[in-house]
Design a protein around this ligand. Structure first.
Ligand SMILES: C[S@@+](CC[C@H](N)C(=O)[O-])C[C@H]1O[C@@H](n2cnc3c(N)ncnc32)[C@H](O)[C@@H]1O
Length: 209
C-alpha cells in the first residue's frame, strides 16, 4: 500500500453535505424482513451495493463467527448473489435498496463494518459521502466500527476522504492507492478494473469514540 496525498479539493468546491436526515420519511421495505439473523448476531458486517456477491462470500467464508448482510438493488446481480449465498448460513443476501433496509432494520451501534466497493460515481449528488443518510449510517456503527470504500475514480476517493472527515466526523484509518501486486480482486468490478490496469483507491474510515 502506498499513501496518496491531495490538496483539499473540497475547500475549492465548497461542497456542504451536512443536512438532517429524516429516517421516518424513508419508505419501509415492501416486505417484512425476517430479522432473526440480526437478533442473533453480535458481529455484523454489511455490504452495500454488493453486486454479484463475490466479496460478501469471501467475508462469510473468512468470518464464520460474523453475520454478513449483503444488499444489492438490481434484479440480475442480486439473483446471482442470492443463489451463491445459499451455501453460507451466516450470509443473508437481499435484493433491496440499502437505504431502505438500513433505515428500518439496522439498530444504532450495531454494525462492525460497512463495505462500499466501487459505488457508482454518478450522479454526483447521489454519491454516498454526499447523502444526508450518512447521519443514520454512522449512528448504526459500533464505536470504532469502520466503513471501507473502494473506487477507481480518484476524484471520488479524495471527495469521500474529505467529506467523511470534515462533514461526518469520521477518523481515517487508511487512505491508499491499492498496490496491484498486493491485490487479489474481491469483487466483479474490482476484477474488471484490475484487468484494465486502472488505479484503484481504498479508504477505511472509523467512527470516532
Ligand atoms: C459499480 S457496481 C459495484 C458492485 C460490486 N460492489 C462490485 O464491486 O462488483 C455498484 C452497485 O451498487 C448498487 N447500488 C447502488 N445504490 C444502491 C442502493 N441504494 N442499494 C443497493 N444497491 C445499490 C448498484 O445496483 C450496483 O450494482
Amino acid at each position: 500500500m502506498s499513501s496518496v496525498y491531495t490538496l483539499d479539493p473540497m475547500k475549492e468546491k465548497n461542497i456542504t453535505t451536512r443536512k438532517s436526515f429524516k429516517r421516518e420519511l424513508v419508505p419501509r421495505p415492501p416486505q417484512e424482513l425476517p430479522c432473526d439473523f440480526l437478533k442473533n448476531s453480535s458481529k455484523l458486517k454489511v455490504e452495500i451495493g454488493a453486486g454479484t456477491g463475490d466479496h460478501a462470500l469471501i467475508l462469510a467464508a473468512k468470518h464464520p463467527e460474523s453475520t454478513i448482510l449483503a444488499i444489492e438493488r438490481t434484479q440480475e446481480k442480486s439473483r446471482k448473489m442470492i443463489e451463491k449465498a445459499k451455501d453460507f448460513s451466516n450470509l443473508t443476501a437481499l435484493r433491496a435498496d440499502a437505504i431502505n433496509i438500513i433505515s428500518h432494520y439496522i439498530k444504532e451501534s450495531s454494525v462492525d463494518e460497512y463495505y462500499l466497493l466501487y459505488p457508482n460515481p454518478f450522479p454526483l449528488k447521489a454519491r454516498w459521502p454526499r447523502l444526508a443518510f450518512n447521519e443514520w449510517l454512522i449512528k448504526t456503527l459500533k464505536p470504532s466500527g469502520t466503513i471501507t470504500l473502494a473506487t477507481n475514480i480518484s476524484d471520488y476517493f479524495y471527495e469521500a476522504k474529505d467529506l467523511y472527515q470534515r462533514d461526518w466526523g469520521l477518523d481515517i484509518v487508511s487512505a491508499n492507492q491499492i498496490e496491484a501486486k498486493e491485490l487479489t480482486p474481491r469483487s466483479a468490478f474490482e476484477k474488471k478494473y484490475f484487468e484494465r490496469k486502472e488505479a484503484l483507491y481504498q479508504l477505511i474510515l472509523k467512527r470516532a469514540l
